[in-house]
Design a protein around this ligand. Structure first.
Ligand SMILES: [Zn+2]
Length: 383
């Protein structure tokens, strides 16, 4: 059964698929792609301290071409929350006045539907293209992301599945389709610092050691330190203090401990290790004089830039042709599976509007779904 991008989006939204194993949604997609001539592999992974996940790898490469463009995406959605707060059932995929409502509309089932139908339209006109087309679909991007895209990429490498270019269909636009595509991301590390001083009477500060004074100096030094000026594609790296707490012992008591938390978003002039080393150095130089400190941190992602060589300019041109405006190349926003793919292929993220992703009444404009489908088709034509 041939469906258009909007109809296929509705079918996908109507299958609720939370992170982990969901055979129904991937088999539905796989069957659709098999009908287009694709070879499908269903890959289930578990272990690595995470839950089991199923994934779909699908490829059409009849000439065994060296150049293979993939579309990467995820079928898993975040929970809908209180269904009663939704204007329309989150899994009914209703269209009201040109807007498609449903969990996963923006993030990112419509984008999957757009790419599938763009490929279908492309292959109807070009029976035997000079490049391969593949799909890497995981059902776990929204949660751990451990047994998903990263493991499929390893499997592809072991099994000689070529990938040279990749589009990721995450929603990339703040307000309207065609505003923004993404070619990288900043890295992120969360830090916690605890300063252990010496409790005492505020009237006798010479025989106490105030951890708050030390903490404030340390945070000021860290906040004032300019990490960099930014680069062509990245904003300057930035530190934000997110919390300062101490035991509230009363107005005449110097507390024993004080703690703060801060997060550093860093560009590709740094690595997580160079940032951690810098913070450690500042702690060592600032604390001293009998106080102690405990520093803990968690890296949630390294920064990366997929050098805009061939695919990014092509995506810009295709998007401009369809919408009439040139999208900005950006590296803003949260993390995505592009961070794994960039080690294997030039990767560009282009999708719908992210404004309602993960929210109640998540939605996508029908006109923009069609524009995204046409943009993907134009990318395939120019590839
Ligand atoms: Zn997403």
């Amino acid at each position: 059964m041939k469906l258009n991008a909007v109809e296929l989006s509705q079918k996908l939204i109507q299958i609720p698929s939370y992170s982990g194993v969901n055979s129904q949604v991937l088999e539905f997609l796989g069957n659709y792609l098999k009908n287009l001539g694709f070879t499908c592999d269903y890959l289930e992974y578990d272990g690595s301290d995470s839950y089991p996940v199923n994934n779909l790898h699908s490829v059409f490469n009849p000439k065994n071409s060296e150049r293979v463009i993939y579309f990467a995406g995820h079928t898993d959605v975040v929970k809908e929350g209180d269904k009663a707060s939704w204007k329309h059932d989150p899994f009914a995929a209703k269209i009201i006045d040109g807007t498609l409502f449903g969990r996963g509309a923006a993030d990112m089932k419509c984008a999957i539907a757009c790419f599938v139908t763009a490929v279908e339209e492309f292959l109807a006109q070009n029976k035997s293209p000079n490049f391969g087309i593949g799909f890497l679909i995981t059902n776990d991007e929204e949660a751990d992301g451990v047994n998903g895209t990263a493991k499929v990429l390893e499997w592809m490498k072991e099994n000689n599945k070529k990938i040279t270019h990749c589009l990721v269909g995450e929603p990339t636009n703040p307000k309207k389709f065609g505003e923004m595509i993404k070619i990288g991301r900043r890295g992120s590390i969360g830090f916690k610092i605890k300063i252990i001083g010496k409790q005492g009477h505020v009237a006798y500060p010479d025989i106490a050691l105030n951890p708050i004074t030390i903490l404030i100096s340390l945070l000021k030094i860290l906040k004032d330190h300019k990490l960099d000026e930014g680069t062509k594609f990245f904003d300057p790296s930035n530190l934000e203090i997110t919390s300062i707490v101490s035991q509230n012992l009363g107005g005449n008591v110097i507390p024993n401990e004080a703690e703060a938390a801060f997060n550093i978003r860093f560009n590709d002039l740094h690595t997580s290790q160079s940032i951690i080393d810098l913070v450690k150095y500042a702690c060592e130089k600032t604390v001293g004089f009998g106080a102690k400190y405990e520093l803990t941190y968690r890296t949630s992602g390294e920064s990366f830039l997929s050098d805009p060589k061939f695919l990014a300019p092509l995506v810009v041109a295709a998007s401009e042709k369809i919408t009439g405006k040139k999208p900005v190349l950006s590296t803003t926003g949260g993390t995505s599976d592009a961070r794994f793919i960039k080690n294997y292929a030039e990767v560009v993220e282009i999708g719908l509007v992210n404004e309602t992703a993960h929210k109640i009444d998540e939605r996508a404009e029908v006109s923009e779904i069609n524009q995204l489908q046409q943009t993907y088709l134009e990318i395939l034509r120019q590839f």
